[in-house]
Design a protein around this ligand. Structure first.
Ligand SMILES: Cc1ncc(C[n+]2csc(CCOP(=O)(O)OP(=O)(O)O)c2C)c(N)n1
Ligand SMILES: [Mg+2]
Length: 715
């Protein structure tokens, strides 16, 4: 095993605040020589309930208010699993793969805003979670992953299923702990949960040695955290706020560029208030779809490689970008040096490392989006009441024009499949049209994901779960499981709250009035919000085993597979940029007679896998749709079934394309609405001509002023 990383000795450092939590201070230890267990420490100095570390872990999760946990057991985490029983206060969901446990916890976190929790074993159990940890880091998802580790005395011996989990996760997690002492468990859990969910959210790993799980300790709650140096800034100071308000008040072509950070901050109300106060257009990243309703005409949709023409046109031609919790990622900016070339930038983000990382802002604001907007909107309104609001009529005229002429609705002749299969874009629109408005949408990664983001009507925040920064195929099904667990939990809690309200109203009418306004009435939600997964045939096969978890946990979801028989997104790039050489992108799972050249129709290995049979093998209802009539009926049937998972295998056109598209590395000005059609080029030319004219006028004015000064000094 490699040398310990700096954090590996973490749980054995001396504890300055120990006295305040009823724990005696121990002398500093190293990871190689574990601290004496609480049982061997002077008992008189310890207070609290005596138990094992494993029991303390379960109790800590309960005391943190964790209600749902995902995972798979194994030798190095078995004491923790032994501590789970009927009395355990949280629901435990046994997945079929640790990657899925991580993604399910992510789906749960994205739908609730609370950290998701997964518990897995050491070695392969831990490494199987790596993709989900990396995914959570890229998309700032609050996640706590607890991994088993060999006993502290065995570390470095290549013991069975030993791996350096802290070393592996250190560069891809927000924080990683190695716990060698049972007594540390409640404090480390408190800290991990806090770190995961505060500031810029992210994944925290707790690698828990077997000896810490079996060791005895004295449990007390609450715990004082020892996190010197960790205190995320949430409030902006007054000066930058007034600078930002001033810039907004001076802008005639402003754009609100909203990223996942705004969603994580729960800032949808505040974003709406800013939009209403300023009449500004809004564009969002993939992660922020739903931050304000699509039905709000200020919403120009998604920007980026497959963003709307109006959204991309707005950003490219803006004079002021207000970036809220957004990363200026390459998928959004295209060629960075040509991104929004004439715009000043106000960048608001809770993570100071994001500010100026890709684009230097004019006004940097470090803080929590919701908190900062709560403070910024009144500043803007104060300026408006003194000076009047800025007239954005001309700006909206340009954007409305782009919106009307270049809609992303796929209704052109070339969108029609030529082989009699379904149009995948039509399927997504039909799914959205028939959906319960409370639906939580989840996607895999590929063309289907982009069509879902473009064509589903999002009206509420936290109803769109998608792997954005990492683009993790296989995210979909486990994330849908996590979302369904979350919606079931929300439903139970709402029902309980309604019950409390109704019993309160029976005894005391004065309290029930205020309580009734905050809690949804039982009639508002008669079942948990449904979850629709829109997945690709390729993505689905990466984690399809989770159908078993979904069946046994009775957490039904609805699954639409846009089966184009190919790795469609990669194939689209091959069509456009690699001479239509379709190397390694054929899946054949929707091709008849494929997979076995010698097979005669009806006998061969076609349709492998047969998604309908696969669904049935896992206790789900499996349906197939090859025509629009079949599709409409299948969607209706799926929406009507609440007690079982329904999977629909939609046979869609493999040559369908995602448009618009900015080819990787290109300027957004070159966005293709379709092949050969670049609607923003003219607008960009006009913009640059106007800028050049402005610059000339400015230079002339400068020269005239200089001449006047020279003349005066000659006199
Ligand atoms: C784990 C992983 N492996 C490979 C890729 C590269 N990749 C991106 S999209 C894609 C194809 C996705 O195919 P499918 O799920 O069928 O969706 P489609 O594009 O056909 O809608 C691939 C292979 C990835 N994003 N993630
Ligand atoms: Mg596909």
């Amino acid at each position: 095993m490699a040398l310990p990383t700096p954090l590996q000795a973490f749980s054995a450092v001396s504890k300055p605040n120990a006295a305040s939590v009823g724990i005696s201070a121990q002398s500093p230890q190293t990871a190689a020589t574990p601290a004496p267990s609480a049982a061997t420490a002077p008992a008189a100095a310890l207070t609290g309930e005596k138990m094992t570390g494993a029991q303390a872990l379960v109790r800590s999760l309960e005391d943190l208010g964790v209600t749902d946990v995902f995972g798979i057991p194994g030798g190095a985490i078995l004491p923790v699993y032994h501590a789970l029983n009927e009395e355990t206060k949280f629901r435990f969901i046994l997945t079929r793969h640790e990657q899925a446990a991580g993604h399910a916890a992510e789906g749960y976190a994205l739908a609730t805003g609370k950290p998701g929790v997964a518990i897995v074993t050491s070695g392969p159990g831990a490494t199987n979670t790596i993709t989900s940890i990396m995914n959570a880091q890229m998309d700032s998802v609050p996640l706590v992953v607890i991994t088993g580790q060999v006993g502290a005395h065995q570390i470095g011996t290549d013991a069975f299923q030993e791996t350096d989990t802290v070393g592996i996760t250190y560069p891809i997690a927000k924080h990683s702990y190695l716990v060698t002492d049972a007594q540390d468990i409640p404090r480390v859990l408190t800290e991990a949960y806090h770190i995961a969910g505060t500031g810029r959210p992210g994944p925290v790993v707790i690698d828990l040695t077997r000896s810490a799980q079996t060791g005895e300790m004295f449990y007390s709650w609450p715990q004082r955290m020892i996190l010197p140096g960790y205190s995320p800034t949430t409030h902006a100071h007054g000066k930058v706020l007034s600078q930002a308000a001033r810039l907004i008040q001076q802008s005639f072509r402003p754009v609100l560029y909203v990223g996942g950070g705004a969603m994580r901050s729960g800032a949808s109300e505040q974003v709406q208030r800013l939009v209403d106060a300023t009449n500004m257009p809004v564009v969002t990243t993939l992660n922020a779809r739903g931050i304000i309703p699509d039905s709000d005409t200020h919403n120009l949709g998604m920007i980026g490689m497959h963003g709307s023409i109006a959204g991309t046109g707005a950003v490219q031609n803006s004079d002021l970008l207000i970036a809220l919790g957004a990363r200026f990622s390459d998928r959004v900016t295209g060629k960075l040096s040509e991104f929004a070339p004439r715009a000043r930038v106000i960048h608001i983000d809770i993570d100071p490392a994001e500010i100026g990382k890709n684009r230097e802002p004019d006004v940097p604001i470090v803080g929590d989006i919701a908190t900062v907007l709560d403070e910024l909107v009144p500043e803007i309104q104060a300026l408006q009441s003194e000076e009047g609001s800025v007239d954005l009529t001309n700006w909206w005229a340009l954007l409305d024009d782009l919106r009307a002429n270049y809609p992303s609705d796929y209704t052109r002749a070339e969108d029609e499949p030529t082989d009699g299969s379904l149009s995948p874009q039509w399927v997504v629109k039909e799914l959205s049209r028939q959906a319960d408005p409370r639906t939580i949408w989840v996607a895999g990664v590929g063309q289907h994901q982009m069509w879902a983001s473009q064509l589903v009507d999002f009206e509420r925040p936290r109803t769109w779960l998608s792997s954005a920064g990492a683009g993790t195929m296989g995210f979909g099904l486990p994330a849908a499981l996590g979302a369904r667990v979350a919606s079931e939990r929300a439903y139970v809690e709402a029902s309980e709250a309604a019950e409390v309200n109704s019993s309160a109203s029976a005894s005391d009418t004065s309290t029930s009035v205020s309580a009734a306004t905050s809690a949804p009435s039982a009639s508002e939600a008669t079942d948990p919000a449904p979850v629709w997964l829109i997945d690709g045939d390729g993505s689905f096969q990466m984690t399809s085993q989770e159908l078993a978890t979904i069946f046994h946990e009775n957490t039904p979801v609805k699954i639409a597979i846009l089966n184009n028989s190919v790795y469609g997104m990669v194939r689209q790039w091959q069509t456009l940029f690699f001479d239509q050489h379709y190397s390694a992108t054929m899946l054949h799972d929707g091709d008849e007679h494929a997979g076995n050249a010698s097979a005669t129709p009806g006998e061969g290995f076609f349709d492998v896998p047969d998604f309908v049979k696969l669904a049935e093998a896992y206790g789900c209802v499996g349906l197939r749709a090859t025509t629009q009539e079949e599709a409409e009926a299948a969607i209706e049937q799926a929406n009507a079934i609440d007690d079982r998972t329904v999977l629909i295998d939609f046979r869609v056109w493999k040559d369908a394309m995602v448009w618009p598209m900015v080819p990787a590395g290109n300027s957004n000005d070159n966005v293709l609405f379709r092949l050969g059609e670049q609607p923003l080029k003219n607008v960009a030319m006009q913009r640059e001509a106007a800028a050049a004219q402005n610059a000339r006028a400015q230079a002339e004015a400068e020269e005239a002023a200089q001449n006047a000064r020279a003349e005066r000094s000659n006199l």
